[in-house]
Ligand binder design. Structure first.
Ligand SMILES: Cc1cc2nc3c(=O)[nH]c(=O)nc-3n(C[C@H](O)[C@H](O)[C@H](O)COP(=O)(O)OP(=O)(O)OC[C@H]3O[C@@H](n4cnc5c(N)ncnc54)[C@H](O)[C@@H]3O)c2cc1C
Length: 392
């Protein structure tokens, strides 16, 4: 049987950053990841880092490449009614901005650091169950290299995403879940073409939402609202470009740049919170505890916020026995989580077309967008939430 102080389940951004923060503090840990390294490093997901997230990565010694290659963005553009409105973050938030740096790159940087300087990170190691969470010595059962094994530890960090096993270790009688699903999804494509606009474009259109995002000066990331359960294969490259063009067209001659599409996938939309985020010595972090629809770009940032809070609490408890941080962990994170849920829901509702939408609903959406475009307090509210819910 293997022994460690913190057993971390999952090598997404939450598990990897937690492992790094513990390495830096001299607390030993083992990371179990069910997939292989190549899969984890290629999985296309988020790309917007709030300032607090970027600062947390820098403080963890994982910011060098991010600072060289990440693209600072000081605003976003809202498009509706063939018009555009730019939301300027620094002037509305006292100087804040965001960084465009893909989740794949964050994960690559953290994996490289861990393998070079940290404790064990086992790929192809699938956690099967978390046990004895109510005791001082919880255990994780897992399968690695065809054999079932056990890790005994002082704490378990459940960082295994929405479909992981950690959350199931909380007895149903103690769990409260809050959920909303949406009757639409995002078709996301990667394309080898420079971005058509230097900032992200969030477009509301009668045919549905579109988002023009980017991964680098030569790679665009683009999204279309599609009905839920859509198969990405139903969309030809031409269909994707034509539809993006329709939904983002303006009256001022702006043009969408087209290029070869290298990947396409469909992301379902969901809002979900599991309370509490702690059960005994098991701590849930990131998507294992909560999901937001991607419209607010909050999922990765919330995962980072959780593990910054958790690392501090674990290090303090391990060093001094002071339980205050661990006792406050769930409530501290949930305050931030619910603010992100509120913002992500509001952005989703303002920009997506519900299949049952009436002309009245359409007018309300346009009125909301107009309010942001013409009222500084409404615009500042969006800018503040977009650039950062404080990490701690
Ligand atoms: C398809 C998709 C697209 C997204 N797009 C965006 C976006 O555009 N913008 C945005 O802000 N957010 C987006 N998100 C959300 C964002 O990527 C997540 O919030 C973020 O990945 C959360 O990090 P995490 O570490 O908590 O979970 P994850 O990144 O899900 O990591 C969990 C890890 O645990 C591993 N695992 C699962 N079960 C086990 C097990 N039993 N044993 C061992 N390991 C296990 C998984 O393989 C995975 O590596 C997207 C999410 C998805 C799923």
């Amino acid at each position: 049987m293997m022994r460690t102080t913190v057993a971390i389940i999952g090598a997404g951004p939450a598990g990897l950053l937690l492992a790094r923060l513990l390495d830096v503090a001299g607390v030993d840990s083992v990371v179990l990841e069910s997939r292989d390294r190549a899969y984890v490093e290629r999985r296309q997901r988020a790309g917007i880092l709030e300032q607090g997230t970027a600062d947390a990565l820098r403080a963890a010694g994982a910011g060098d490449r991010m600072d060289r290659e990440g693209l600072p963005h000081t605003g976003i553009e809202l498009r509706y009614d063939r018009r555009r409105h730019r939301v300027d973050f620094p002037s509305l938030t006292g100087g804040r901005s965001v960084l465009v740096y893909a989740q794949t790159e964050v994960c690559k940087d953290l994996i490289a650091l861990r393998l070079r300087t940290g404790g064990p990170l086992l790929f192809g190691a699938e956690a099967l169950a978390v046990e004895e969470t109510g005791t001082q010595r919880p255990r994780v059962r897992y399968r690695h290299q065809g054999r079932e094994r056990v890790i005994e530890c002082a704490y378990v960090a459940g960082c295994d995403g929405f479909w992981g096993v950690s959350r199931k270790a909380v007895p149903p009688a103690l769990s409260r879940t809050y959920e909303r699903t949406y009757p639409f999804a995002w078709l996301g494509v990667l394309a080898d073409v420079p971005p058509s606009h230097d900032e992200l474009v969030y477009a509301r259109h009668d045919r549905g939402f579109a988002l023009l995002s980017q991964r680098s000066p030569t790679v665009s990331r683009l999204y279309l609202q599609v009905p839920e359960h859509t198969d990405a294969a139903e969309w030809s490259e031409t269909d994707v470009w034509d539809e993006l063009e329709r939904r983002t067209e303006t009256d001022d001659g702006w043009r969408l740049k087209r290029g070869p599409i290298t990947a396409a996938s469909v992301t379902p939309m969901r809002s979900y919170v599991h309370e509490p985020m702690r059960h005994g010595r098991l701590f849930l972090a990131g998507d294992a505890a909560h999901i937001v629809p991607p419209t607010g770009a909050k999922g990765l940032n919330l995962a980072v916020g959780d593990v910054v809070t958790l690392a501090r609490a674990l290090v303090a408890h391990h060093a001094t026995g002071d339980p205050a941080g661990l006792d406050a962990y769930s409530a501290t994170c949930l305050r931030r989580v619910w603010q992100a849920e509120r913002f992500s829901y509001a952005m989703t509702a303002m920009l997506h077309r519900h299949p049952d939408a009436t002309p009245f609903d359409d007018r309300l959406q346009l009125a909301r967008l107009d309010r942001i475009a013409t009222t500084r307090s409404a615009e500042a509210d969006l800018a503040e939430a977009y650039t950062g819910l404080s990490v701690d």
